[in-house]
Design a protein around this ligand. Structure first.
Ligand code: ZN
Length: 260
């Protein structure tokens, strides 16, 4: 069932040298003042149509063409093995670096803003042709593709965070657009956009894990080892630094049930 046609996409290797050259030219010609920041809007990706929006940060896509040229995916699957990016004709895609509130299933209340986030993603991506860009790890342990989704030249992952429909989800080693996403989140928090407008921050100190980017209440059972602890004076400070809440000690009160 799962087999089907696999497209093989060439990545890495000699592209590294190409990017190095491109970077040199970029430096020498001094054209570094793009309005959108230092990250290029590379077209190197795969074109696909969004056929279903599962929730705010997860969609199903149908690939339109075979192998794309110059794919940025540096290519390893969840096992960490370096390999070419392989995709099936239809794939479930989890957006990298963002986490939209859950929509809730049968008998679940769903998180605040979960349905709104889903609507927002539907409005912007459903039935659109998008470009997928990959990072170091391109598939998660549930078999979903991990990607940055560009719609009309814009990085939708960023847009989702910027408008307050998703929280930044820092997930090493997929950090290609971290700075851009973090800047978007800071902006959203400061302006109280979307979910940030209805969210209360814990005012006491919280403990961050510098490896996983998760923060905890000081009494949590899942505190990181001493060497990996980063202290923040408040929850808001941790959020502004790109950390996300522990699901155990910062469990959302709107969430009635467990969902992966
Ligand atoms: Zn915790």
């Amino acid at each position: 069932m799962v087999t089907g046609v696999l497209f093989t996409v060439v990545s890495r290797g000699y592209f590294r040298f190409f990017w190095f050259l491109a970077f040199l030219i970029f430096l020498l010609t001094g054209c570094g003042n793009q309005p959108d920041g230092p990250l290029s809007r590379s077209k190197s990706g795969m074109s696909a149509r969004v056929v279903e929006v599962i929730d705010g940060d997860t969609v199903r896509v149908e690939f339109l063409s075979g192998p794309a040229v110059g794919l940025k995916g540096r290519g390893s699957d969840v096992s960490g093995l370096q390999s070419p990016v392989q995709v099936s004709p239809v794939e479930k895609v989890r957006l990298i670096g963002v986490n939209a509130p859950e929509t809730g299933g049968k008998g679940q209340a769903g998180e605040l803003f979960g349905l709104k986030a889903k609507e927002y993603t539907k409005e912007h991506l459903l039935n659109r042709v998008v470009t997928l860009e990959f990072d170091v790890v391109y598939r998660d342990r549930y078999g979903r593709l991990l990607a940055y989704v560009y719609s009309e030249e814009k990085l939708f992952n960023r847009q989702l965070v910027e408008d307050g429909y998703a929280q930044l989800y820092t997930s090493p080693p997929n950090l290609l657009h971290l700075e851009e996403l973090l800047a978007a989140q800071r902006e959203a928090v400061r302006s109280g956009r979307g979910l940030w407008g209805v969210r209360d921050f814990h005012s006491g100190r919280v403990v961050g894990n510098r490896r996983s980017f998760v923060y905890h209440r000081p009494g949590c059972n899942h505190l990181p080892s001493l060497a990996n602890r980063v202290w923040f004076d408040s929850e808001k400070e941790a959020v502004l630094a790109g950390y996300r809440p522990c699901k155990s000690c910062f469990r959302s009160p709107q969430k009635a049930g467990n969902r992966r």
